[in-house]
Ligand binder design. Sequence first.
Ligand SMILES: [Fe+2]
Length: 228
Amino acid sequence: MVHMQARRIQAGAAGNCYPAPAFPLRLARFLLLFCASAFHDCPLAPFLRGASEFVVFLVYSEFKFMADARRSSDETRNSNTKADVAERLGTVLASTYALRIKTQNFHWNITGPNFIGLHTLLETHYKELDEAIDVVAERIRALDAVAPGSFAAFAEMSHIKDAPAKPPRETVMLETLVSDHMTVSELCTELSTFADDAEDHATADIMNGRIEAHDKAAWMLRAHLAKA
Ligand SMILES: [Fe+2]
């Protein structure tokens, strides 16, 4: 029975192998049983047989304790990692939302000789950000966390500053948006690596798509900036 229990523990914790100390222990047990058999007339024979089983029981109890502790530690780490990924997704969500509002603000308020081109480009950008917001929020829900969705929560979590009350010049608007896109791209890059480490490849894939989108938006804005 002790052997069966030990096999189950080892099968769960480290494949079908016996632990390294198992062989000397089995040898010691064999010697104890051999002595008990060889000196079966001796009054100590039952004691030797009992001692052999007791040694095995003690050592395999130790292995069971170690296996249980390792399993408990793994479960805690997995749970924490999932919650950590969801929390970082919340930061990306809030920052993307803030950038979406700022982009629409500039779409409304931009002026200058490039008005039509930039007005249209910024509309394309805020609509793309709109779709991304939904994808990121739904990934948070898929991780069993609550998706933040209020101005107060976004203001607290976002890495993007609000647009100033007085609309800046066209060039400043473009520079600000380039910088903001790069900030969100960096957040997504960090989370992509973090999620991959946590074996959450779905989140990493979403973040990789967001990095591409933010880098592309920044490139388009920079191209207009070079012309301005
Ligand atoms: Fe519009």
